[in-house]
Write a protein that binds this ligand. Sequence first.
Ligand code: SF4
Ligand code: SF4
Length: 346
Amino acid sequence: MADTGFIPKEKWGAFIEGLSTKAQVYVPCLEGDTVLFRPFGKEKTLCFERPANSPPKSVIFPQSDTLFSFTFIKDPDNPQKTEVELKEHLDFPKTIVIGSRPCDAKGFTVYDRPYTETDTPDPYYKGRREKTTIVTMTCNSPSAGCFCTAVGGSPADKEGSDALITEVEKGYFIEALTEKGKEILQGPGVEDGKAYQGDATKKQEAVHSMVKNPFGPKGLGKVSPELFDNDEFWDNAVSKCVSCGACTYLCPTCYCFNITDEQTSDKGERIRTWDGCMYVHFTLEASGHNPRPTKFQRFKNRVGHKFSFYPEKYNGVIACCGCGRCIRYCPMSVDISEIVSNLQGA
Ligand code: SF4
Ligand code: SF4
């Protein structure tokens, strides 16, 4: 089976529509001024021109996910005895995400280590991840705040994707990277891609050199332990932050959650919802004690997780893919790349 293909521009819509007859397809859609991943439908306005405002992480890790339903059943012969009947929600459809960006796909690999590569994998994340094909589109130009190349990525990075699509003059060059990606090449209208490989490579290299490096010519260095442990540094760095939490929800690598039981009479559901370490209640303990009561401590944890704790645990892998969303969409213009740059000291 060929590993590359090409879709002429005039057949792009039919290609996506064809895939949607075989799987649930998510595509970036324009809603007002915002681009969001939505299930494909003919009535949607697709938008591949710029990265979506939020990454497609919700396709595999939904904002709100019913883990299981439960029903309490009283024993009619023994009213003191109640049994609980559980119904798992582990049936996931075959899904294709088209138009994620390389930073988004890399974000899934940051999830994979704690959620699947452990002795106790998360069945909900793992189940959806296995059923989902990630078809990534390389970037035509960097967006404001992007710094993927400074954290080991690139606008054409392959990590975490099943197939990579690069827009060239007359259409889209596709490179399959996994067996799931090869299935995409069987989609309608896909032609032989060999003739377009050179154009795609040139385009990818040109965009790579356009990405800014906020860490200077030496690149990302080691975090200074003195600055990292200096409360005044963090207090100053984060003084503008209003703890809205937008940065955590828009981040392709933030994976904190909360679990609640919602019950009416004898039935209920256990629901997992996104949470964020920027919220004051995130670490509030039942006793009333809060180990991270101040804004700067919460922000320090967020930066520390991405640039210190996660790399320490996972062989130096940085848990920030440089997508720049937390910079672009922070209402107070807090810039994580500037803070990390300052953290490196002299
Ligand atoms: S988006 Fe900006 S203001 Fe909101 S919590 Fe994050 S850093 Fe603070
Ligand atoms: S921390 Fe900011 S730049 Fe890094 S991956 Fe998250 S949203 Fe993107």
